[in-house]
Design a protein around this ligand. Structure first.
Ligand code: NAP
Length: 358
């Protein structure tokens, strides 16, 4: 009785609300979120497959937020092609558990290193970068993957709105600390940065990005959705701005791009009420309509490995936004081509970092 009520409820919600919304939002011709749903993204259209990934022996790749979801799947895919994967996580226990899962699929001899990184604390980011730089003398790719979504208003350990702090500021700082090594390595081989964004980069505050700490931290006008979108737009703009700076400095062998991974069945919804996760998000969307993270991760993996033909490098693809699966797409039409905004965001973020690290 109880089960049939549950089934009836799920089917009703699915038909009446969720499917029409998802089709509208993520539909095949949607400019905002093309490729987000796997069943309308046939494999023939994919820009990359696991088979097309070159062997990764000898390559070192850092993944932030590697213990679950897209980060863990990326670690598995890369380790299965023999990369040395640095799994950067905020909990040592969860990281070690995840490393075991990677070894289960990639083999006990796979080269996995687990390291602590809490993006909500810039001092933790510095500590991570210092330990990495003490241990390794080259770096092939940096996958800026960790993220939190739609959280209630809250501040990071450094007093910065938490979504902005974790999704953007911590990642920009990490990038700056590791960039010299990525550049040094790029004298011999191409190096890569993948900034994991979202189609939510299309839904942000009217001004795109709030460019003062007071506005970023303003609880009275805080919207969990716009604040998340703001961070995901920041991921796109940071990739573009870094590309611009690298090009200006003649560092042409570092390839920085951003990517929307799709609607993916991960733990990103963990802050939603349990009821919603249990009866709607997981059973209806996650298990039926969303990408499996092992497939969706291919887009961000592509941006860290290129393909066997070396298409990214040969065609000089940089500062570009990708959607599932590994296909180039236009970004937010209102803000992502705003060069002024991307420069200002960079400067503002550096200032925030300097204030905390002073
Ligand atoms: N899933 C989707 O549908 C979707 C769609 C568009 C974009 N994305 C983007 O994809 C990326 C990966 O998300 P996901 O879907 O794989 O989510 P997930 O399963 O929730 O994984 C997020 C990862 O980020 C880590 N993380 C959170 N806060 C952190 C912090 N302060 N320091 C270090 N790591 C932290 C988490 O660690 P803990 O386990 O310790 O919390 C976890 O490893 C995110 O940037 C997200 O915005 C996802």
């Amino acid at each position: 009785m109880c089960c049939s009520f549950k089934c009836f409820f799920i089917v009703t919600v699915l038909i009446a609300v969720i499917i029409p919304n998802l089709v509208f939002y993520y539909g095949k011709d949607s400019k905002r979120a093309a490729g987000s749903i796997p069943f309308i993204t046939p494999k023939e259209t994919w820009g990359f497959t696991f088979e097309e990934m070159p062997d990764q022996t000898g390559r070192i790749i850092i993944i932030t937020g590697a213990n679950v979801g897209l980060g863990l799947s990326s670690a598995k895919l890369l380790a299965m092609k023999n990369a040395k994967v640095i799994m950067a996580c905020r909990s040592a226990e969860r990281c070690d558990e995840a490393a075991k899962k990677v070894k289960e699929v990639a083999g006990p001899a796979s080269e996995i290193d687990t390291m602590l990184l809490d993006l909500a604390s810039l001092h933790s980011v510095k500590k991570f970068a210092d330990s990495f730089l003490n241990k390794y003398n080259y770096l092939n790719a940096l996958m800026l993957n960790a993220g939190i979504m739609h959280t209630k208003y809250g501040l990071s350990k450094d007093g910065i709105e938490q979504q902005f702090a974790v999704n953007h500021v911590g990642h920009q700082f990490l990038t700056m600390l590791l960039l010299p090594l990525l550049e040094e390595t790029s004298a011999k081989v191409p190096t890569f940065i993948a900034s994991v964004s979202s189609s939510a980069s299309h839904q942000t505050y009217p001004e795109g990005i709030r460019l003062t700490k007071e506005e970023i931290n303003d609880e009275s006008t805080y919207s969990p959705f716009n604040a998340y979108g703001q961070t995901k737009l920041s991921n796109v703009l940071m990739a573009q701005e870094l590309t611009r700076q690298l090009t200006e400095r003649g560092k042409t062998n570092v390839f920085v791009n951003s990517v929307h991974p799709g609607l993916v069945n991960t733990e990103l919804i963990r802050q939603y009420p349990e009821f919603m996760q249990k009866y709607i998000a997981k059973p209806i969307i996650g298990n039926n309509l969303a990408w499996d993270p092992d497939e969706a991760a291919l887009s961000q993996v592509y941006l860290c490995t290129d393909n066997k033909e070396g298409t990214l490098v040969k065609t000089n693809v940089k500062g570009t936004y990708f959607v599932p699966l590994a296909r180039v797409a236009p970004g937010n039409p209102k803000h992502s081509d705003n060069l002024e905004l991307q420069k200002k965001l960079w400067v503002f973020t550096q200032k925030l970092i300097e204030e905390v690290m002073a």
